[in-house]
Design a protein around this ligand. Structure first.
Ligand SMILES: [Zn+2]
Length: 376
């Protein structure tokens, strides 16, 4: 591990682990969920409120920040933590995934990717070296290797070529990152749904040596069964003494299933994005606040949830402010959703520590299967 960064597992239950990834900016309790702060903000939330939900770490997006406001500008203004008023750890992605999904006129070569900004059409280049430099300027605590991944389903040959390119880029990322005490660099396993390619990728990454290992290229349209099929093997291919991060996942049941298969870290836009589109995620499953059944309902979203939204506001109010397009709708619903995710992670950590994860997962499934509160 980089000096100043450590990872320890304090308890296991089956393949699931609980522990902490410690950085100079604070400890990240694992299994951890990282809210997504794409453009230097978790949309509709103040950073101190995100902290109150129980989040230890945020994710920032290199692609968005390099285009606007620009990494050099963020560096001049004291780095991303100061800029966005979040003093805890920040993980930044490499830009690789988003340049493939958002940018215009992409050209992929061995060197990297040239593209035009989706914001203003300006021309840019991302490579392992430039991605490491941008993440350094941002001041990220956990830096991700620059990689490339195909949307699934894809032909095996395409998945294999892409994985091998990502492994060459991983070696270049490692060299470009250099030695930065207090900052961690994570490698990213690729290989799609192919177990032998996943194994080849894990071997290549382990030979290079990283502070943590991500499982990439999942949650890109393959479905939960196929994803769990990969996770039945992929985490065990990665070093047990390093954190394992499943990128871009996921729904609450994806997270529970992945934790049971040995994953330590997650990020997803789902709780914050759903909060802005009127979908609440609760222990009884998803609740669509737009539905007319809530218009006269004085009960909270979840009577057992201690978040500020559920403590003080009715479903009728949430329905009204959503319908009226009021900003507080996004604020309250996002707060609840992020609170629910962090409470789920705390529940998983406690269950692993007490070796009762199976019972926890059964209770989780039972409550979801029971569905939302009956209409009044
Ligand atoms: Zn709540």
């Amino acid at each position: 591990m980089a000096s100043g960064v450590s990872f320890s597992v304090s308890a296991t239950d089956g393949r699931a682990r609980t522990g902490a990834l410690v950085t100079p900016r604070g400890a990240i309790r694992t299994p951890a969920f990282m809210p997504v702060g794409t453009a230097a903000t978790v949309k509709a939330m103040l950073p101190e409120n995100v902290r109150e939900t129980g989040a230890d770490i945020l994710l920032g997006n290199t692609y968005h920040l390099m285009l606007r406001p620009g990494a050099e500008r963020v560096a001049r203004l004291g780095g991303l933590h100061r800029f966005m008023n979040w003093d805890g750890p920040i993980l930044t992605d490499s830009g690789g995934f988003q340049v493939m999904s958002l940018a215009d006129l992409r050209k992929l070569t061995e060197e990297g990717v040239t593209f035009r900004s989706h914001v203003d059409g300006s021309k840019h280049m991302l490579s392992p070296e430039s991605s490491m430099e941008i993440q350094r300027l941002l001041g990220s605590d956990i830096v991700m290797c620059f990689d490339e991944c195909p949307a699934l389903p894809a032909p095996r040959e395409r998945v294999a070529d892409s994985m091998r390119l990502s492994m060459r880029w991983a070696a270049r990322s490692r060299d470009a990152f250099g030695d930065r005490p207090g900052h961690a660099l994570f490698g990213i396993q690729q290989g799609g749904l192919e177990q032998d390619l996943r194994a080849e990728s894990a071997e290549a990454l382990t030979a290079i040596g990283f502070d943590g290992y991500a499982i990439g290229g999942l949650a890109v349209g393959e479905g939960q069964d196929a994803m769990f099929g990969v996770l039945d093997h992929a985490p065990q291919m990665l070093p047990a003494d390093r954190p394992r991060y499943l990128m871009g996942v996921g729904k609450p049941d994806d997270i529970v299933g992945a934790v049971r298969r040995g994953v330590d870290m997650f990020d997803c836009v789902l709780p914050s994005r759903s909060g802005r589109t009127g979908q609440a995620l609760t222990r009884r499953g998803a609740v669509n606040i737009k539905n007319a059944r809530h218009a006269d309902d004085p009960r909270p979203l979840d009577p057992d949830c201690p978040c500020p939204c559920c403590r003080s506001y009715s479903r009728a109010y949430l329905h009204h402010v959503f319908k009226a397009g009021e900003i507080i709708s996004s604020m309250l619903m996002t707060w609840h959703n992020l609170h629910y995710y962090q409470e789920l992670m705390q529940g998983l950590r406690d269950a692993i520590a007490e070796e009762r994860l199976d019972a926890f997962a059964q209770g989780f499934e039972r409550r979801r299967a029971g569905g939302d509160l009956d209409p009044l």
